[in-house]
Design a protein around this ligand. Structure first.
Ligand code: SIN
Ligand code: FE2
Length: 221
């Protein structure tokens, strides 16, 4: 990470995150100029690897559209949830943009480099049901989540499905870190507030999640 990259992050937010059931939330970490630059990066990712509408193994179309950057992308279809080295069209995923990696380096602590940047697109009405992120091979590394665009009501529970939950509105420029005891916390997005942000002129929300995919010994995921 270069000094120039660090200058783009809000120092107070970096130093003093909010906390929700063990999830650290750096509210307002990305100032508007940094959000706009990230948006350009993500548009380039989507041009190289177009958004797809994933289908659950049970056959239900998800409301969120997805693509990815990095060595691996997370996908789901009738064959199951998994990481793949290629977009469903057969093209390799584009590299994780440097600005996205710099955010990981600022908040993830002494973790390995991220191997996947999942891109979730929430159009009006999209949501994501409560789930755990557990298809990765190294739970010692956090999942880092970057919010851009419309506000999202983010729900976090415990590591048991039925543990009580709490919710917080994630806003454009917030960065959440699910690590340590919260790495396997159940979480989801109940709804977004369409067109609540001016970052995207036509409304919508982009969520980026950075993950380490392979096991610590470097074996296959
Ligand atoms: C996710 O859990 O993959 C997405 C979380 C979010 O959209 O904030
Ligand atoms: Fe998740």
């Amino acid at each position: 990470m270069t000094g120039a990259d660090l200058d783009e992050l809000d120092a107070a937010s970096l130093a003093a995150p909010a906390e929700l059931k063990g999830v650290r939330i750096h509210q307002g970490l990305l100032p508007p100029a940094a959000q706009a630059a990230l948006l350009d990066d993500i548009r380039a990712v989507v041009r190289a690897a177009p958004l797809v509408r994933p289908v659950t193994p049970g056959g239900r179309a998800m409301s969120v559209r997805m693509t990815a950057a990095g060595a691996f992308g997370w996908i789901t279809d009738r064959a199951g949830y998994r990481y793949e080295r290629r977009h469903p069209s057969g093209v390799p995923w584009p590299p994780i943009p440097a600005r996205v990696r710099a955010i990981w380096e600022a908040v993830a602590g002494p973790a390995r480099a991220p191997e996947c940047c999942l891109v979730n697109w929430y159009a009006d009405g999209a949501r994501m049901g409560l789930h755990q992120d557990r298809d990765e091979g190294d739970f010692g590394c956090p999942v880092v989540s970057i919010s851009l665009g419309d506000d999202a009501l983010f729900r976090v529970g415990g590591t048991e499905r039925r543990a009580p939950t709490r919710s917080i509105w994630l806003r454009s420029g917030d960065v959440a870190v699910m690590g340590g005891a919260a790495r396997l916390a159940w979480h989801g997005v109940d709804r977004t507030r369409f067109a609540s942000s001016s970052l995207l002129p036509d409304g919508g929300r982009i969520n980026l999640t950075l993950r380490v995919v392979t096991p610590p010994d470097g074996g296959a995921a």
